[in-house]
Design a protein around this ligand. Structure first.
Ligand code: FES
Ligand code: FES
Length: 160
């Protein structure tokens, strides 16, 4: 089957039931997606599939053939970080960083469907992503900052 990660399509010869997480990490060397619980309960392995956040530990690789997968490695635009990545850095929204790729991709998915979420909407959307270091408040602040930055950017583009 062909698996497309971060815009690059690669032929993969593997059991279609194998979790996407292991194909990304072991075949593609995309180790940004982390193994936490392996049961869809922590969000450490989150990736985007056609722009929607999915837990790659419980996603069979056979189900994503031909779909666009984005991992944390594919989020920046060349040297320019994605606004959510930048906001996490600026807000210091990480401690050990293990949950961070999943948190960022989960946030990107949120802002894609709701450009200006309320704090309650952010907390609800991020509920399934666990941070063992307890940086939740800074994560929420980072998402709010990213939302503002992206809206300002969109407005500037409109008027350019
Ligand atoms: S490792 Fe996938 S949700 Fe925890
Ligand atoms: S920063 Fe350590 S688990 Fe979230």
């Amino acid at each position: 089957m062909d698996v497309t990660a971060n815009g690059v399509s690669t032929r993969v010869d593997t059991d279609p039931e194998r979790p996407l997480l292991w194909v990304l990490r072991n075949e593609f060397g995309l180790t940004g997606a982390k193994y936490g619980c392996g049961e869809g309960q922590c969000g450490a392995c989150t990736v985007l599939i056609d722009g929607v956040a999915h837990r790659s530990c419980i996603t069979a690789v056979g189900s994503v053939a031909g779909r666009a997968i984005t991992t944390i490695e594919g989020l920046a635009d060349g040297e320019k970080l994605h606004p959510v990545q930048q906001a996490f850095l600026d807000a210091d929204a990480m401690q050990c960083g293990y949950c961070t790729p999943g948190m960022i991709l989960q946030s990107v998915a949120l802002l894609r469907k709701n450009a200006a979420p309320s704090e309650a909407e952010i907390r609800q959307h991020m509920e399934g992503n666990i941070c063992r270091c307890g940086t939740y408040n800074r994560i929420v602040a980072a998402i709010q900052d990213a939302s503002r930055a992206m809206l300002t950017d969109a407005k500037e583009h409109e008027h350019a």
